[in-house]
Write a protein that binds this ligand. Structure first.
Ligand SMILES: [Zn+2]
Length: 342
C-alpha cells in the first residue's frame, strides 16, 4: 500500500535512491541502506534478518518503517553514521542538539561507538573535580546555548547520566525563577522534572549558608595572627563585606574572581594570603559536598558510574565505523529479504 501524504518531506542528504528502506520520523522521510545501519547496530541487524511481512507498508517501491523518534534526532543520528566529520569525538566541536540526538538514538539502537562519542562530548562539560571546573572553558567541545544547564539537566535525567548533574543543578539554582516557572529552549516552553525542581529548591538554603558562612567567612575576621595593620584590615574587610556578594552566585568562583586582584588595596599581605587560603579550603569543601546538597551520591560513586559508562561503551564498540561521504554502502543482492518492525 502506497503512503500518500502531501506533508511528508524527504530529508536532503539522507535520501539515497539506492537505499532499501524508508524511515518516517514525524513528517520527515529518510531513504537509507538498512545494511549499513545493520553493520553498526544489532537492532537494525535483527530487523534485516526478519522475514518480510505480507502486508508490508511501502513508500513508492521501498519498504516503509515509521519510527517514533524526533525527526531532528534521526537526521543527526543518520548523518553521524553516513557522513565523515559530522560527529567526530572530542576535541572536534559539535552542538548540544546533535549530541542529544545522537546519544538518544545510539543508545536506543545500540550503536556503541556513537554513544561513546556522545558521552565523550558530554564529558568535556564534566567537572567532577574543582580543577576540572576551573579548566572547563578550555576543554569543552559543546557551545553553551540558552538555558544550557536546564537542557543538560533534562538530558541527564532522560538518559540516566547522574555523574553530570552536580555542577548543572548548581547552575540551575542560580536562576531559581526558571527552576520554578520553566524555561525556553528554541522557542519551546519547558519545565524541569519535579524531582530535580525539588532538589534545587532544597539545596538553596544550604548553599546560601555555605556561601555566607564558609566561603565568605574571612570577611568577618578580626585579630588575624601576624596582621600588619589590624585597624586598616578590619576596616578593609568591612568595606569588602558591604560590597555586593549576591545570593550564592559566587560560591564556586575562585578567589581572584570573587574579590578581584585589588584585594591588597583593602588588607595587608598577611591577611590577603590567609584569606585566600581559607577561601580555597572552603571552596574545596563545598565542591565535595555539592552532590549531597542535591540528594545525589558522593563524587566517588558518581566518578565510578562515569567510568563504567565510558569503558562499557568502549568495550562493546568493537566495530570500526563504516562511513560514506556521499552515499551509503551498496547492499549485497544475496541479502535476506527485508522485513520491518510491526
Ligand atoms: Zn592584616
Amino acid at each position: 500500500m502506497a503512503l500518500a501524504s502531501p506533508t511528508l518531506v524527504r530529508v536532503s542528504g539522507l535520501w539515497y535512491d539506492d537505499g532499501n528502506i524508508v524511515f518516517q520520523a514525524e513528517s520527515s522521510l529518510f531513504r537509507v541502506s538498512l545494511g549499513v545501519l545493520a553493520a553498526h547496530s544489532p537492532i537494525f541487524d535483527d530487523l534485516l534478518k526478519l522475514p518480510q511481512s505480507q502486508d508490508q507498508e511501502m513508500y513508492e517501491d521501498c519498504p516503509l518503517m515509521v519510527l517514533h523518534d524526533k525527526a531532528e534526532d534521526l537526521a543527526n543520528f543518520l548523518r553521524a553514521v553516513y557522513y565523515c566529520g559530522f560527529f567526530e569525538p572530542p576535541p572536534s566541536k559539535t552542538t548540544i542538539d546533535i549530541v542529544a540526538g545522537v546519544l538518544r538514538l545510539s543508545t536506543k539502537y545500540e550503536v556503541s561507538y556513537l554513544r561513546q562519542h556522545a558521552l565523550r562530548h558530554l564529558d568535556t562539560l564534566m567537572c567532577n573535580t574543582l580543577q576540572d571546573f576551573d579548566a572547563l572553558k578550555s576543554k569543552k567541545t559543546i557551545q553553551s546555548t540558552e538555558s544550557f544547564s536546564f537542557f543538560i539537566a533534562d538530558l541527564v535525567h532522560e538518559m540516566d547520566l547522574p555523574w553530570l548533574l552536580p555542577p548543572f543543578l548548581y547552575n540551575c539554582t542560580l536562576n531559581i525563577k526558571k527552576v520554578a516557572m520553566g524555561h525556553t529552549y528554541r522557542g519551546e516552553e519547558r519545565c524541569m522534572n519535579s524531582s530535580q525542581q525539588l532538589a534545587c529548591v532544597k539545596a538553596l538554603q544550604p548553599l546560601e549558608k555555605w556561601y555566607k558562612g564558609d566561603i565568605l567567612g574571612f570577611l568577618y575576621w578580626t585579630d588575624v595572627d601576624g596582621c600588619e595593620s589590624p585597624a586598616q584590615c578590619d576596616e578593609g574587610r568591612l568595606k569588602l563585606a558591604c560590597s555586593s556578594f549576591d545570593a550564592h552566585h559566587c560560591a564556586l568562583v575562585p578567589f581572584s574572581g570573587l574579590i578581584g586582584e585589588n584585594v591588597r588595596d583593602f588588607v595587608c599581605t598577611t591577611c590577603c594570603t590567609a584569606s585566600r587560603d581559607a577561601h580555597s579550603a572552603a571552596r574545596d569543601a563545598l565542591w565535595e559536598a555539592l552532590p549531597g546538597l542535591f540528594g545525589l551520591p558522593p563524587w566517588e560513586t558518581l566518578r565510578a558510574l562515569r567510568e563504567h559508562a565510558l569503558t562499557s561503551s568502549d568495550a562493546s564498540s568493537e566495530m570500526e565505523p563504516i562511513k560514506t561521504t556521499t552515499r551509503p554502502e551498496i547492499e549485497d543482492e544475496s541479502e535476506p529479504p527485508l522485513s520491518l518492525f510491526h
